[in-house]
Structure formats: structure tokens, C-alpha cells
Write a protein that binds this ligand. Structure first.
Ligand SMILES: [Zn+2]
Length: 220
């Protein structure tokens, strides 16, 4: 929904791409591309699990490479009024007490129609199988990397501005989105296809307004 008077340039012109199974059960998919305009004030970018360090060396390299480019995207979106939510899950103590963390914690409560706080696994009744085997946590190194608590915060190349928010809590993020009447959410991150973190970061819940939903993937 665009406010009158918003120019095309100011309304985040972009293309959306999705895949549709040609006939149910065929396993053959076609690519459908459409163009869209979004009101930046009704749009949020959700930065998922772009940690400072990962136990997987390959994952760390991918984040190091992507973070500076992603930061430029966030900077441009922020300048147009897009809400940026940083969600480096498991590192909230690092941000405790900051205005960006409080912004998420203090967003007016808006009850979600289903539980969005607990871990949510892939739902085969409404989601296709992942294109990879994720039983190894996504590691593709040889020999496999040992898992250990590696991350402490978000990658430093991703700047957190005064007007941004920080949260890894599905309910808090839901409150933020509802309070600002956000209609479009772009999920960004290297690991988000595997490490879904809080369930609001997983495939958007059924109740989410998905008519314009984009799921931006930057898989390594
Ligand atoms: Zn690895």
C-alpha cells in the first residue's frame, strides 16, 4: 500500500522472484518474477544471525565477505525510512541497556495468534524440503568444523544506527512490526535458511501478511 505522493524512486522499486511447482507433486518448478513498489515506512529489513564469528570457518568467511555489502543495502534502506531490525540470536546480553534493544523490548504488546517464541522446525505440510542436508549445521568444510559457542555479537561491519532495533525474540519483533504497521519484511542473512533462530525468523507464520513477502537469501 503506497501513500499518495510517494515517488517511484522513494518507494523501494524492486523485483520479487519465487518458484512455483508446475503441477502438484511434479518436483518441477518454474521461476516467476514480478516487480513491486513498497512504502519504506511500511517495510522492515530483518538481519538474521549475521554474527561476528561462527564455529564454522566457511560460514565465518561468507559472513565476512557479505557483511560490508549488506551494510550498504541497510544504509540505503534506512535513509528511505525502512525499519532495520538486527537479530543476532543468542547475543542479547551484549546489547542490554542500549536504546536499540529497549526499542524492541518496549514496543507495545501485541499478542500473536500462535506461539512464536519457541523453536520452530520445518513444517513439511506447508514447506518444501531444504535443498541441502542441514544435519551438519550447514558446515561444508573438510574436515568438518567442531561446534563451539563462537559468537558474541553481530558482525562489526553491520552498523547499528540510532533509529534501528535489536532483538532475537519473536514476540518482541512481532510487537515492533505490528506497532509500526509493517506490511513487508525482508529477511537477510547467511545462515537464516538453516539456523532459523526465533520462529518469527523462520518461514513467516501463517498469519503474517505475505502478499508482498520477500525472503532475500544470500546463501554462500
Ligand atoms: Zn565449517
Amino acid at each position: 500500500m503506497l501513500d499518495e505522493g510517494l515517488t517511484d524512486e522513494a518507494s523501494l522499486p524492486h523485483s520479487l522472484r519465487r518458484r512455483r511447482e508446475t503441477t502438484a507433486g511434479s518436483g518441477t518448478f518454474e521461476v516467476i518474477q514480478t516487480s513491486a513498489l513498497w512504502d519504506p515506512r511500511r517495510t522492515a529489513f530483518l538481519v538474521c544471525d549475521m554474527w561476528d564469528r561462527h564455529w564454522c570457518a566457511g560460514a565465518s568467511r561468507r559472513v565476512d565477505e557479505l557483511a560490508p555489502a549488506m551494510n550498504e543495502v541497510l544504509r540505503a534502506a534506512r535513509a528511505r525510512g525502512v525499519l532495520i531490525i538486527h537479530a543476532p540470536s543468542g547475543t542479547m546480553p551484549f546489547y542490554e541497556g542500549t536504546p536499540q534493544r529497549k526499542r524492541a523490548q518496549e514496543a507495545p504488546n501485541s499478542p500473536a495468534p500462535e506461539d512464536i517464541r519457541s523453536w520452530r522446525y520445518l513444517d513439511p505440510t506447508r514447506e518444501p524440503p531444504l535443498p541441502i542436508d542441514d544435519s551438519d549445521g550447514g558446515c561444508d568444510d573438510e574436515p568438518p568444523c567442531p561446534s563451539f559457542p563462537a559468537w558474541t555479537s553481530q558482525h562489526p561491519a553491520l552498523k547499528i544506527s540510532a533509529e534501528d532495533a535489536v532483538s532475537d525474540d519473536g514476540a518482541e519483533i512481532h510487537n515492533l512490526l505490528q506497532h509500526r504497521s509493517i506490511e513487508n519484511v525482508v529477511v537477510m542473512g547467511v545462515h537464516e535458511h538453516v539456523r532459523s533462530g526465533p520462529s518469527v525468523l523462520h518461514s513467516p507464520p501463517r498469519w503474517a501478511r505475505q502478499e508482498h513477502g520477500a525472503h532475500a537469501r544470500y546463501d554462500g
